[in-house]
Design a protein around this ligand. Structure first.
Ligand code: 4NP
Length: 151
């Protein structure tokens, strides 16, 4: 069975589509299912922000076909791990959790650090977000691989 990973931001148009694309580029689709969602529904059905599409494309990653969706409580049943971008996302998702097990699935994508919202920023802010997410996804990948290692 696949390990399932959800990445979450506020709008699901800037940060989490990038995180989804970067993580998919590093993990085998045979072993992992990766998806993204937003805590808010402002942009449901929209493509990622053009600045996220652009910085991803610069690194050979196509995220242009993604469509924004909102996080839903059923996601707690579907996903093994839920990585969020900032403390607001963390609080909002944990509020929806009904059990401690569900709460335990949720953590910041960067340990003790937030991925800043670039929506009102410029292309340089999107570059910074890409670099942060690339580091975060490398760490996720190595954590996942070590968790599969035989004891
Ligand atoms: P995201 O960025 O959470 O990284 O997708 C945002 C996108 C849209 C808005 C805020 C943040 N907004 O206010 O519409």
């Amino acid at each position: 069975m696949k390990t399932t990973i959800l990445v979450v931001c506020l709008g699901n148009i800037c940060r989490s589509p990038l995180a989804e694309g970067v993580l998919k580029s590093k993990l085998s689709p045979i072993k992992f299912r990766v998806d993204s969602a937003g805590t808010a529904g402002f942009h449901i059905g929209e493509s990622p922000d053009y600045r996220s599409i652009k910085i991803a494309a610069k690194h050979g990653i196509d995220i242009s076909l993604q469509k924004a969706r909102a996080f839903k409580v059923e996601d707690f049943n579907i996903f093994d791990r839920i990585y969020v971008m900032d403390r607001n996302n963390l609080e909002n998702i944990k509020l929806l959790a009904e059990t401690q097990e569900e709460k335990n699935k949720v953590c910041l994508i960067l340990e003790n650090e937030e991925v800043p919202d670039p929506y009102y920023g410029d292309e340089n802010d999107f570059k910074k977000v890409f670099d942060l997410l690339n580091n975060a996804c490398n760490k996720i990948k190595s954590d996942l691989i070590s968790s599969f290692r035989a004891p």
